[in-house]
Design a protein around this ligand. Structure first.
Ligand code: SF4
Length: 324
């Protein structure tokens, strides 16, 4: 078992300092995330190194569209999650107790990535950051081996651990699930202000893209989308935004988001951001130069073709933001 960090003693209990839930746990009591458990004057992480999923993916699947496009990434996932989205697509893994899966050491994860000729390791699927200790150990091994590190997260994390973790990460995709703080708290079990802060830190420390799953009736208001994109744009209008269509899952059975609604919301986002992509409805998602409109990256499902050299538009020479 790895050694848990980010906690302090609180009388007979311990308080976890990793995420905004600040769970105060008696011995053997599980945190909201199920991955971190109270012990005698300690915090236990019995799921250290237990992976629930391993797969070789195109980087576009994370999704990251401006980070080494067309390359492959060794993706690993863990049990547990510190939010409770009622439409979760990964709920079986997210609800699993600590210790579910197979133990794979950080070094073995990196060895597997190298053997399969992946150029990156991604910490992804349910919520990886509740396994911060394993990610940091693995990311250090991966960096030593010349591999990049990628994180896909809900951003439900406190500032200090986020700064430390993101310093190990080269590319990150963070969910921004709504622009409504009450909805974030009451429906999703998260905290909008914390997610915004983590996005700001990520924008400073590594390559950042954002994903919003559009759920009909929950977060598909045009004013909400405009306000959210105004804020993203205030950080940088070059941050790519992925608008992903919801499909029924977990406790939600309402119909999927319509392509018409996705197109309306993408149109609003495109007024404020240079790179807006629509996911989960089978549309083409090429990258166009924001200066002259020339296609600079062509994508067909997970087939990717770079049409630029040195990260510049072949037509007008504008630098396209990203890691290429
Ligand atoms: S990481 Fe888990 S145990 Fe720690 S505060 Fe968040 S939900 Fe609670």
């Amino acid at each position: 078992m790895g050694k848990a960090r980010w906690w302090r003693e609180t009388g007979e209990s311990v308080t976890c300092l990793l995420c905004p839930h600040a769970c105060t746990l008696k011995p053997e009591q599980e945190g909201v995330c199920r991955a971190r458990i109270g012990g005698e004057k300690t915090l236990k992480i019995p799921g250290y190194g237990f992976l629930t999923a391993e797969a070789l993916d195109p980087i576009e699947k994370k999704p990251l569209y401006h980070f080494l496009p067309g390359r492959t990434v060794w993706s690993i996932g863990f049990a547990g999650c510190n939010m409770d989205c009622p439409f979760c697509q990964n709920s079986r893994i997210a609800m699993s107790p600590a210790g579910t899966g197979t133990f794979i050491s950080p070094k073995e994860t990196v060895d597997r990535a190298r053997r399969i000729r992946a150029e990156m390791v991604a910490y992804t699927y349910s919520e990886p950051t509740i396994h911060i200790e394993y990610i940091e150990d693995t990311a250090a091994e991966a960096a030593k081996a010349g591999l990049k590190n990628v994180l896909v997260t809900n951003g439900c994390l406190n500032v200090k651990p986020a700064r430390e973790l993101l310093a190990h990460i080269d590319g990150v995709n963070i969910d921004l699930k709504s622009w409504n703080a009450t909805y974030y708290r009451d429906v999703l079990g998260g905290k909008l202000a914390s997610v915004k802060k983590i996005i700001e830190i990520a924008a400073e420390l590594c390559w950042l893209e954002i994903t919003t799953l559009v759920v009909p009736g929950d977060n598909d208001g045009t004013e909400e989308m405009a306000n959210m994109c105004d804020w993203i744009s205030s950080l940088s209008r070059q941050i790519p935004l992925h608008l992903s269509a919801y499909h029924p899952a977990k406790r939600y059975s309402k119909p999927p988001t319509s392509p018409a609604s996705m197109n309306v919301l993408a149109g609003i986002a495109e007024e404020k951001l240079d790179f807006v992509y629509i996911g989960n409805i089978g549309t083409e998602n090429n990258t166009a130069c924001p200066e002259c409109g020339q296609t600079v990256i062509r994508r067909s499902f997970y087939d990717t073709e770079l049409k630029m050299t040195g990260g510049r538009c072949p037509s007008c020479g504008k630098a396209i933001p990203g890691v290429f």
